[in-house]
Design a protein around this ligand. Structure first.
Ligand SMILES: Nc1ncnc2c1ncn2[C@@H]1O[C@H](COP(=O)(O)OP(=O)(O)OP(=O)(O)O)[C@@H](O)[C@H]1O
Length: 537
C-alpha cells in the first residue's frame, strides 16, 4: 500500500546502484524521506545498508542513481560533498583522530557552513551549546584515543551537529552502547527529528527500530523489498521480509552445569586502571555474564584475564594453576581465547583475507617446522567459517570488503578454530543480524555444553541474562552483585547504577564477590534496594 508523505521530501534517492568487481550489492534503490522523519534501514548482514549510507555520506561512490536534498540535486562524490549538502554520516568505522582532543575533533577542518553552529562564537562556547542540546557528558580536553567507543560516537555526533548536518545517517549507533546510553541516544534522535533533522538509522535491534522510526525500509540482497510505516510492522514481519521466510529467534537455554564440574577459570583481586579487585570463578560448562555500564570495567576485566593488559595486582588461574607472567601468549598456551570488542583495532587484519584472518590465531598450533599445513588449515577454516555462517563472495576476499556483521563472525571463527577451553567474549553479537545472532547464541551454549568455560560481556542485558547461567555486575570496577539466569533485567540495571542491594544470590560467589568482602568497596555499594530501576527514572 502506498505511503502518503505529509511534507515535501527532504532527502530523495533515486535508482541507486552499486557493484564491486561485477558483483551487484545495491540495485535500483529509491527513498523519499520527509524532513524530520526517523527512517530506519534493516536487513541481514551484507544486505547493503552500510553501502547505501556510505554513498549518502560520500565515502563510497554510487554507480547509478541520484540524490536530492530539499528537492535540489546534489553530487556526492566525497565526504566533503556530503557535508556541504548537509548530510552527516556516523559510520561503523568511526572517523576521529585519536591523538587529538575532543574539542579539536569536533571542529576539525572547520567545515561549518551557513546553517552550522561553528561561526557563532568560540569553539568552546559552541561546544557547550552542543553539550546542552545533546545532554552528553564529554570532557572537551580529553584525547579521543582514550575514550570508550560509546563516548567516541558522541564526539562524532557533536561534530556532525557542529557542521550543520540536516540529514544524520547513523550506522548501527546503538551497537556500542549500554542499555541506558541506548535510551539516551534514542531520546536524542527523537529530539533532533522533532527539531527538523532527518535521521536515517541502520540497526539490527528491531524493537528499537520500531520504537523510534516513523517508517522502515527493508533491504534484502541489495534490493529494496519494503518501505512501510513502523506502526504497521512487528519484529516478526520485519524478519520475514529481511530473510524471506519465517524464522524463530528464541534464545537457547544453557545446559545446567554438572554439580561436580571443576573450576576452569578463577581470578582473585584483579586490579588495574578502572578494575579494582575483581574476583570471579567459572566452572567447566558454565557461562558467566558480566554486566555493567560502559566504563564500569567490563572489557578491561576480560583484557586482564587474558593478559592483554598487564595486571597491577591479582592472580588468574586455569584449572587451579596460577598463570605466571600473564600475557596473551601464556593465556593462549593455557587454553584461553579472547574475542575482543573492536574487530578493527584488536582482532582482524583488514587487508588480509577471511581465510588468513580466521587462521591467524591458530597458525603456530598448526605449524610443522616452517610449513603450514595448507590443506588441513583450509578445511578447518572452512568448517568453522561455515559454522558461524560467514558470507563472503570468496574465502580469499579481503576482510575489509565484508559487511560489518560478517567481519564480526570472522572474528568469532578465528578464536573458535583454536578450540579453547576458556572463551572470553566481548560483545559476541555486535553488528550481527537477528538470524546470525541466534546462530551465535546457539554456538555459545553448545560450546559450554561441551565443557568450555565461557565469560561473556554484553551491553544487551537481555542477551546476557538469557545466555548466562549467572551474571555478575560491575560498577566502578568492582563486583557489586551476582544474579542467576531469569533475574528481571530491571534488577540488574539497578545494580549497575548502584540502586540495588549488592548481591541477589546467596550462592557460591556471593560472599566473595559482594562489596562486603571486596577490598576497598565503595560506601554506596550497600545502599538499600530500590524498587525502581534508574533506567525508568
Ligand atoms: N569495498 C568492498 N569491496 C567488495 N565488496 C564490498 C565492499 N564493501 C562492501 N562490500 C560487499 O557489499 C555487500 C553489502 O555490504 P554492506 O556493508 O553494505 O552490508 P550491510 O547490510 O551494511 O551489512 P551489516 O549488517 O553486516 O553491516 C556485502 O556483500 C559486502 O561484502
Amino acid at each position: 500500500m502506498p505511503v502518503t508523505l505529509r511534507r515535501a521530501p527532504d532527502l530523495t534517492v533515486r535508482g541507486i546502484g552499486k557493484s564491486y568487481s561485477g558483483v551487484s550489492v545495491l540495485r535500483d534503490v529509491d527513498l523519499d524521506i520527509p524532513s524530520g522523519e526517523v527512517h530506519s534501514l534493516v536487513g541481514e548482514n551484507g544486505a547493503g545498508k552500510s553501502t547505501l549510507l556510505k554513498i549518502l555520506g560520500g565515502a563510497v561512490r554510487a554507480d547509478q542513481g541520484s540524490i536530492a536534498v530539499d528537492g535540489r540535486p546534489v553530487t556526492v562524490h566525497t565526504p566533503r560533498d556530503a557535508i556541504r549538502a548537509g548530510v552527516g554520516l556516523i559510520s561503523q568505522e568511526g572517523a576521529l583522530v585519536p591523538a587529538r582532543t575532543v574539542l579539536e575533533n569536533v571542529f576539525l577542518g572547520r567545515w561549518a557552513n551557513s546553517w552550522g553552529f561553528a561561526r557563532r562564537g568560540s569553539d568552546r562556547a559552541v561546544f557547550d551549546e552542543l553539550i546542552e542540546l545533546t545532554g552528553f557528558d564529554v570532557d572537551p580536553r580529553e584525547r579521543v584515543g582514550r575514550l570508550s567507543i560509546g563516548v567516541q560516537q558522541q564526539v562524532e555526533i557533536l561534530r556532525a551537529l557542529a557542521r550543520g548536518t540536516r540529514v544524520l545517517a547513523m550506522d548501527e549507533p546503538t551497537a556500542v552502547l549500554s542499555e541506558h546510553e541506548k535510551d539516551n541516544l534514542l531520546a536524542l534522535i527523537r529530539r533532533l527529528a522533532a527539531a527538523g533533522t532527518t535521521v536515517l538509522l541502520v540497526s539490527h535491534f528491531l524493537d528499537e527500530v520500531l520504537s523510534v522510526s516513523t517508517r522502515v525500509t527493508v533491504l534484502r540482497d541489495g534490493n529494496l523489498v519494503l518501505t512501510d510505516d513502523a506502526a504497521r510492522l512487528t519484529p516478526r514481519t520485519l524478519v520475514e521480509h529481511m530473510v524471506g521466510r519465517q524464522i524463530d529467534v528464541l534464545y537457547p537455554q544453557p545446559v545446567p552445569v554438572a554439580d561436580d564440574a571443576p573450576v576452569r577459570l578463577s581470578a582473585s583481586a584483579l586490579s588495574r586502571g578502572p578494575v579494582q579487585g575483581v574476583d570471579l570463578e567459572v566452572r567447566a560448562g558454565e557461562i558467566l555474564g558480566i554486566a555493567g555500564l560502559v566504563g564500569s570495567g567490563r572489557s578491561e576485566t576480560l583484557r586482564l584475564l587474558f593478559g592483554a593488559d598487564r595486571l597491577a595486582a591479582g592472580e588468574v588461574r586455569i584449572d587451579g594453576q596460577p598463570l605466571s607472567s600473564l600475557s596473551p601468549r601464556t593465556a593462549m598456551a593455557a587454553g584461553m581465547a579472547l574475542v575482543p570488542e573492536s574487530r578493527k583495532e584488536q582482532g582482524l587484519v583488514m587487508s588480509r583475507s577471511v581465510r588468513e584472518n580466521v587462521a591467524l590465531a591458530s597458525l603456530s598450533a598448526r605449524r610443522r617446522g616452517p610449513f603450514v599445513e595448507g590443506g588441513s588449515e583450509r578445511s578447518a577454516v572452512r568448517e568453522v567459517s561455515d559454522a558461524v555462517d560467514i558470507r563472503a563472495a570468496k574465502p580469499d576476499a579481503a576482510i575489509q570488503t565484508l559487511s560489518g556483521g560478517n567481519q564480526q563472525k570472522a572474528l568469532f571463527a578465528k578464536w573458535l578454530l583454536r578450540k579453547p577451553s576458556v572463551l572470553l567474549i566481548d560483545e559476541p553479537t555486535r553488528g550481527v543480524d537477528v538470524a546470525a545472532k541466534s546462530q551465535i547464541h546457539r554456538m555459545i551454549v553448545d560450546l559450554a555444553a561441551d565443557g568450555m568455560a565461557v565469560v561473556v560481556v554484553s551491553s544487551e542485558i537481555e542477551e546476557l541474562l538469557e545466555l548466562s547461567h549467572r551474571a555478575i555486575v560491575l560498577r566502578h570496577g568492582r563486583v557489586v552483585g551476582e544474579f542467576p539466569r531469569g533475574t528481571p533485567r530491571e534488577r540488574v540495571i539497578a545494580a549497575a547504577f548502584g540502586d540495588e542491594e549488592p548481591t541477589a544470590t546467596p550462592g557460591r560467589a556471593a560472599g566473595r564477590t559482594g562489596p562486603a568482602t571486596a577490598p576497598g568497596a565503595p560506601p554506596d555499594a550497600t545502599v538499600p534496594p530500590s524498587a525502581a530501576a534508574k533506567e525508568n527514572a
